[in-house]
Design a protein around this ligand. Sequence first.
Ligand code: MF3
Ligand code: CO
Length: 255
Amino acid sequence: MGIILKSNREILKMRAAGRVVCAVLDTLEAACVPGVTTRDLNRIAERELAKANARSAFLGYRPGPVPAYPAVVCTSVNGVVVHGIPSDRVILREGDVVGIDFACFVDGYCADAARTIGVGIISAPARDLLDATRECLDRAIAQCFVGRRLGDVGAAVERHAESRGYSVVRDFVGHGIGRAMHEPPNVPNYGMEGTGMRLKAGMVIAIEPMLNAGKPDVRLLSDGWTVVTGDGALSAHVEHTVAITQEGPIVLTAA
Ligand code: MF3
Ligand code: CO
């Protein structure tokens, strides 16, 4: 299947979905305080979805012979890289870092974003990892001009992560997005400048760098979803849905 280019009208619909995603993440971010469970975060996200008349892109999602995803948000604490399942037994504590990943459909179009939040006061190394991960996403977005290539996007993430002393997770990648949460192309967080598909006006992609403080290797837990660092070191993940236009990138999931 090829790349599905979006019209300006479709990009506006995705912007509407992106505004909902951003508002829900704002609410979740404010709720990331000591004592809150990740299940509480899921309940908050369910309530916000209902208020916005939006449909979860995660609940029941089943990308193959795996259990359907059972929640509306992914909550990935400390050494969990991505796809942590909200639980009553996971209580946020001061110093934790929690990745919150949320996507929804509004009027048939999807937007997808993630942030990694520090709970209370976090250590200097944890803060540095969060800052570096965010910088990688900014540098990737800065490559999102017509005529640049997917390899330029990946290389921007990889180069910055490694210059800051972190490793890039290779087992998961960003993706095209539109009427479905996952469309072609894959958007890796590594690559070589000047290689890969050229970006075209009307492409919409979700860019989602995952950085590990230790080695890049990850492991899947027996629940079929939770992805953890192989060495137990801290990990961070951020994501935005970005439209490529003749006028430059539009971050659809920003405020
Ligand atoms: N934002 C993630 C992605 O782009 C989360 C999807 S996993 C799900 O793949 F099961 F929760 F949907
Ligand atoms: Co995504």
